[in-house]
Write a protein that binds this ligand. Structure first.
Ligand code: ADP
Ligand code: MG
Length: 379
C-alpha cells in the first residue's frame, strides 16, 4: 500500500510526497452502548487502513485528492466552510486542520494531499476515524510536530464531533490511535484511559455486513440514551457505570420495564468487558467467545437494538465449528455482525452462512475477513 500511495501521489501531483501515514479501521469487540454511560469498551484495530500522503506547498493552496472521489479539489488555506456534495469527504481532513489549534498544534498552510484506502467506508469499520488520524499525523509531521497518541485521538474526535457533526464516542479514534497488532484496545470512557490487552494471533475476525438499517435509527438511539439517563437518575447515580448489577435489580420496582432492561444491559455489559479482559489475559478464546455471544443476547433481549437479520447471523455463527462467538458490532438496529473465529473457519464456512442468510432475507451480506493491525503511524 505504501508504494501504491506514493505512485498515486506522483500521478496526481507530479512529485513525491514528503510524508506518508496510515491509520486502521476498527471493530467494536465488546462493550455495546457502554460509552455514553461512562463504561468500558474493547475494540480491535484491523489490518486495513486509510493511507494519507502530503507534501508542502509555498503558495498557500491546499490541493486535496482521494481515490474515493477521483478528483482534485483546491481550497485556499483560509477556507473554513463545510464542504457539501461530491467534496464532502474533505470535511474530515478539513475538520482535523480546524481541530489542531484547539490542542495547541499548528495547522500547515499550503499542501498537496492524497488519501487512499483498503478499508471499506460506511461498513461500520470507522473509516472516518482512520482518515482523521492519518490526516492528523500527516499534517503534524509536515510541520515537524509530534503529538502523543492521546492528543491525536482527541484531535480526530473533535473534528468528527464539531466539524463533520457526528456525535461519535471515543471508541473509533481511540482504537485507531492506540491499536496494536495481536492486541485489543481497552478504553475506560470516563478518563478516557487507554490500554492494550493481548489477543492470540490465532484470532480471526469476520464481518457480515447486512447493509440493513432501521429507518428510525436516530430516534431509537436517542430513546436508548434517554432511557439510560432516566435509569441512572432513579438509581441516584450520574452515569450507569456507577451502579452495580445488584443495585439495578433492587431498583426494578421503581423503573419502567424498558428503563430496567436498558440499565441491566449496560451494567452487565460493562461487567462482561471486565471479564473479557481477564480471560483474554489467560488466552482463553473459548471463554471470550461466550462473552461475545452473551453480549449479543443482551442486545437482543434487553437493550432491544438487534434485528431478525442480525439474530439470524449470530444464531448460525455461534453454533458453527471453529467460531468462538458472534455479536452485533456497532450501534445495532441493523448493520453488521462480527464473529471471532479460529484459523480453521474459512471462506467456505462463511459463504455457507451468507447463503443461508440470502435464502431467508433475499440479499447477501458482504463478507470481510480481518486480523488485528497496528494503530496510526508514519509509514
Ligand atoms: P464509517 O466511519 O463507518 O466508515 P462514516 O460515514 O462515518 O462511515 O465515514 C465514511 C466517510 O469517511 C466517507 O463517506 C468519506 O467521506 C470519508 N472517508 C473514509 N475513507 C476515505 C478515503 N479513503 N478517502 C476519502 N474519504 C474517506
Ligand atoms: Mg464513522
Amino acid at each position: 500500500m505504501k508504494q501504491k500511495i506514493i505512485d498515486l501521489f506522483q500521478h496526481v501531483h507530479g512529485r513525491a510526497p514528503a510524508v506518508v501515514t496510515r491509520s486502521p479501521g476498527r471493530i467494536e469487540f465488546i462493550g455495546n452502548h457502554t460509552d455514553y454511560n461512562g463504561g468500558t469498551v474493547l475494540g480491535a484495530s484491523i489490518d486495513r487502513d486509510v493511507w494519507v500522503a502530503v507534501a508542502p506547498r509555498t503558495d498557500g493552496q491546499r490541493v486535496f485528492y482521494s481515490d474515493f472521489s477521483g478528483e482534485k479539489t483546491t481550497l485556499a488555506s483560509d477556507v473554513t466552510a463545510r464542504q457539501e456534495g461530491e467534496t464532502s469527504w474533505i470535511n474530515y481532513p478539513l475538520g482535523v486542520l480546524m481541530a489542531l489549534p484547539v490542542f495547541n498544534l499548528k495547522a500547515p498552510q499550503g499542501f498537496d494531499y492524497v488519501a487512499t484506502s483498503d478499508l471499506p467506508t460506511g461498513a461500520g469499520l470507522s473509516s472516518s476515524a482512520a482518515i482523521e488520524l492519518a490526516s492528523g499525523l500527516a499534517f503534524c509531521a509536515l510541520t515537524d510536530q509530534h503529538p502523543d497518541r492521546e492528543t491525536l485521538v482527541k484531535v480526530g474526535k473533535h473534528a468528527e464531533n464539531h466539524f463533520v457533526g457526528v456525535p461519535c464516542g471515543i471508541l473509533d479514534q481511540g482504537v485507531s490511535g492506540f491499536g496494536e497488532k495481536d492486541h485489543l484496545v481497552f478504553i475506560d470512557c470516563r478518563g478516557p484511559h487507554f490500554d492494550t490487552v493481548p489477543l492470540s494471533e490465532a484470532a480471526n475476525f469476520w464481518i457480515f455486513n447486512t447493509h440493513t438499517k432501521h429507518a428510525l435509527v436516530d430516534g431509537l438511539y436517542a430513546a436508548r440514551h434517554r432511557e439510560c439517563m432516566e435509569a441512572a437518575k432513579t438509581l441516584g447515580v450520574s452515569l450507569l457505570v456507577e451502579a452495580t448489577p445488584e443495585q439495578v435489580e433492587a431498583a426494578k420496582p421503581m423503573l419502567s420495564s424498558d428503563a430496567f432492561k436498558r440499565a441491566k444491559h449496560v451494567v452487565e455489559e460493562i461487567a462482561r468487558v471486565g471479564q473479557a479482559v481477564a480471560v483474554l489475559k489467560q488466552g482463553d478464546l473459548v471463554a471470550v467467545g461466550r462473552l461475545l455471544t452473551a453480549s449479543h443476547r443482551s442486545s437482543q433481549h434487553l437493550f432491544g437494538n438487534s434485528t431478525p437479520e442480525l439474530d439470524f447471523l449470530v444464531d448460525r455463527l455461534s453454533t458453527a465449528p471453529n467460531v468462538y462467538g458472534a455479536r452485533l458490532t456497532g450501534g445495532g438496529f441493523g448493520g453488521a455482525v462480527m464473529a471471532l473465529t479460529g484459523p480453521a473457519f474459512g471462506i467456505v464456512q462463511a459463504e455457507a452462512v451468507a447463503a443461508a442468510y440470502a435464502e431467508k432475507f433475499g440479499a447477501r451480506p458482504d463478507i470481510l475477513r480481518m486480523r488485528t493491525g497496528d494503530g496510526a503511524a508514519l509509514a
